[in-house]
Design a protein around this ligand. Structure first.
Ligand code: MF3
Ligand code: CO
Ligand code: CO
Length: 304
């Protein structure tokens, strides 16, 4: 009896401590979802949907004008779909409703939603709420006042992928949640601003990590940006923490920057569905992502 009391007090103390450290929000667990959505046969699929693998270059690719214009078009479409979600995302809307909207906007534009059947992912977009760090599978949980949700959209349009994400605030989010999202956005801005010809890829992680740390937040090291083009994920790897990844940026390269930040530790766990990644300590995370093009004098955001 005495032991049980002590245990309850210990749990109570831990819970209060975590509320003080991490703020006020619901810890999310995956629930039931709807079947995968259908893409009309007329829409061209990426290689990995039919063949399970895709061609990926060995080295960071320097794109020619045709490839750059392909990237501009796909990135513009991804960004425009993401921007159309603002009016729609509110309490009561489920993440599966978001999947339905992203899916229909994508196929209406004649594009394929890149996540769908990518290495077995079952939905057309990733939706990661509160303590879900990345790769949340849209399901029937309605969004609640106070949630933060990352929506990560990738489209395959006329043979090129465009990839971007942002973290939306649902209703009244506590100060800690707002701060987390705000600093994460600043980290992406700072990461993009440091890019340009002959800049080492590893500088991105250094500047992002410094900004997060100064603001009391942790960058999750497991999640990397990536080269992108006619392939979804390819070289270079873009670290968001201190790293020694070799190589320099060159005009014509396109890659994503997509830092994930948390109030807590850097550790994450993959759930039994094989996709959903949650923080081990239950802290919330925020993520934002752009696809950028290295130009002659800096970097251009293609997913603006
Ligand atoms: N869009 C994610 C990224 O930024 C990748 C999602 S893969 C999926 O790289 F299969 F989960 F969709
Ligand atoms: Co993405
Ligand atoms: Co990406």
């Amino acid at each position: 009896m005495e032991y049980a009391n002590k245990a309850i007090t210990a749990v109570g103390r831990l819970w209060r401590t975590n509320i003080m450290r991490f703020g006020v929000y619901e810890k999310v667990v995956p629930v039931e979802t709807s079947p995968s959505r259908i893409v009309p046969a007329s829409i061209i699929r990426p290689d990995y949907v039919l063949k399970t693998t895709e061609y990926v270059p060995k080295l960071a690719e320097i794109k020619d004008d045709t490839q750059i214009s392909g990237m501009r078009n796909s990135c513009k479409l991804a960004a425009s779909i993401l921007n159309q979600l603002h009016a729609y995302i509110k309490p009561g809307v489920t993440t599966d409703d978001i999947d339905e909207l992203v899916h229909s906007l994508t196929i209406k534009a004649g594009a394929y939603p890149s996540p769908l059947h990518y290495k077995g992912f079952p939905k057309s977009v990733c939706t990661s709420v509160n303590n879900v760090a990345v790769h949340g599978i849209p399901d029937l949980r309605p969004l609640q006042d106070g949630d933060i949700i990352n929506v990560d959209i990738t489209v395959f349009f006329k043979q090129y992928h465009g990839d971007c994400s942002k973290t939306f605030l649902i209703g009244n989010v506590d100060d800690k949640g707002q701060h987390l999202v705000h600093i994460t956005e600043e980290c992406l801005d700072i990461g993009i601003k440091c890019c340009g010809p002959d800049v080492p890829f590893c500088n991105i992680g250094a500047v992002i990590n410094r900004h997060a740390k100064r603001n009391g937040l942790t960058v999750l090291p497991a999640f990397l940006g990536h080269g992108i083009g006619q392939y979804f994920h390819g070289p270079p790897e873009i670290y968001h923490t201190l790293n020694r990844y070799p190589g320099l940026m060159k005009p014509g390269m396109t890659f994503t920057i997509e830092p994930v930040l948390s109030h807590g530790s850097e550790h994450t766990v993959i759930l039994e569905d094989g996709w959903t990644v949650v923080t081990e300590d239950g802290a919330r995370t925020a993520q934002v992502e752009h696809t950028v093009l290295i130009t002659d004098d800096g970097a251009e955001i293609l997913t603006k």
